[in-house]
Ligand binder design. Sequence first.
Ligand SMILES: [Fe+2]
Ligand SMILES: [Fe+2]
Length: 137
Amino acid sequence: MEIFNNEFLQGLINEEFADYYIYKYEAEHFYNKILNGKEISNVFLEFSKDEIRHIERINKIFKTEIHPVKRIIPKIKNLRETLKMHIVREGKAIKIYKAIKELLLVYDNLDVDILDEIISEEEKHYNLVKKYLLLIK
Ligand SMILES: [Fe+2]
Ligand SMILES: [Fe+2]
């Protein structure tokens, strides 16, 4: 039974790619520009790698080979705004993956363990980004 069609999965993968792209861009952008830039830069670089792996995992769970469609992403102004945006995006990601997990548990026999890995990474992103936001306030 296919409860998530390819259009939905494509959207999910596009958002993962956007997260990858934004974190990677910020890792370069903030490296020399702010205090503790190097640390934040390294963390964002790790996050960007996590986001790329989420695409691989989604394809693994649903046995698809969907590639992300890139879109134009507005450039970042400052770290505070960036962190706020990430909190919103990561929060949404956690909600979406938890909802997907619930549905898969009810309707399908797909590998929810992989989803747990994604959820725990998104929670890690969410918590660390939140911590950074509190630190710069
Ligand atoms: Fe992700
Ligand atoms: Fe994330």
